[in-house]
Write a protein that binds this ligand. Structure first.
Ligand SMILES: [Zn+2]
Length: 274
């Protein structure tokens, strides 16, 4: 049974696209005639600014993640909204995939129409149209400027995603937590994110989350971790070579607190990772 309407998501995407030339459709596909998938690109005034990838809704029963991604898009294109926001989000380049499982989103279910948990399909993303779309969006990003491969302290490698944030929710958690997938050389930022989110909501203090050690809301997945299966996070780490934070808000919290927690995590990650 449908409890949400994906057309409400696409209407907000199209409205945002009308508002600003800085926002463009990076990649678009139809999984079926009913569900256009969008990956949006926001270009900062300083084109050399770092690029952040934000994705949401790969699990259809995690709606505050989708709402947060849409509000991020709306904040970027609306100067009144943005001026009231306490962090300069528009100084970054963004790649935003706001709702990756429209079928599940409308029905409030985790899986897609074929019954797959899409966040386990990234070993061969072409198996499902939704994960194929995500992989193509990321692939297109990496190949966008193959002629510009210079990289030093002052010139960033164009097309390189420097931080990826995958927005999720957890119906069994009583507090916020995150998975931090990074290499051993990469300094951790999970703790500072949790510290800031703790001002808004409780933090999950369970010693183990899905058999992984939870340290005050941070579950670290260092280097090549295979125990979570082929998630988008693993694909981002191994195929896109970027650090990835998987953010989890508890669905039992109220709606606005969950969105605020995600937005706080995004801005703190941008500030400390880049
Ligand atoms: Zn999820």
């Amino acid at each position: 049974m449908k409890i949400r309407n994906y057309a409400d998501v696409t209407d907000r995407i199209l409205e945002a696209l009308r508002k600003s030339d800085r926002l463009t459709v990076w990649h678009q596909e139809y999984t079926t005639s009913t569900y256009p998938l969008y990956c949006l690109r926001y270009t900062a005034q300083q084109k050399s600014s770092p690029l952040i990838y934000v994705s949401a809704g790969i699990h259809g029963d995690e709606p505050a993640a989708v709402e947060c991604a849409l509000r991020l898009v709306e904040l970027l294109v609306d100067s009144d909204l943005h001026n009231r926001f306490p962090f300069p989000l528009n100084e970054y380049n963004w790649l935003i995939s706001p709702c990756d499982n429209p079928y599940g989103y409308e029905r409030d279910i985790r899986e897609n129409s074929a019954g797959f948990d899409l966040n386990r399909m990234f070993e061969t993303p072409t198996q499902c149209p939704e994960t194929a779309f995500i992989a193509e969006s990321l692939q297109r990003k990496q190949c966008a400027h193959p002629q510009n491969t210079r990289s030093n302290n002052t010139i960033r490698k164009r097309g390189k995603i420097e931080l990826a944030l995958d927005l999720h929710e957890d119906s069994e958690s009583d507090g916020f937590y995150l998975w931090e997938r990074r290499t051993s050389q990469c300094l951790p930022i999970g703790n500072v994110i949790v510290k800031n989110v703790a001002g808004l909501c409780s933090i999950n203090q369970e010693p183990l989350i899905e058999d992984h050690r939870n340290e005050n809301g941070v579950v670290t997945l260092l280097d090549q971790v295979t125990t979570k299966g082929w998630t988008r996070g693993r694909y981002l780490a191994e195929q896109v070579n970027t650090r990835c934070l998987i953010l989890e808000t508890p669905t039992q919290l109220d709606w606005e607190t969950r969105i605020a927690a995600h937005l706080m995590a995004i801005q703190t990650a941008a500030k400390h990772a880049l």
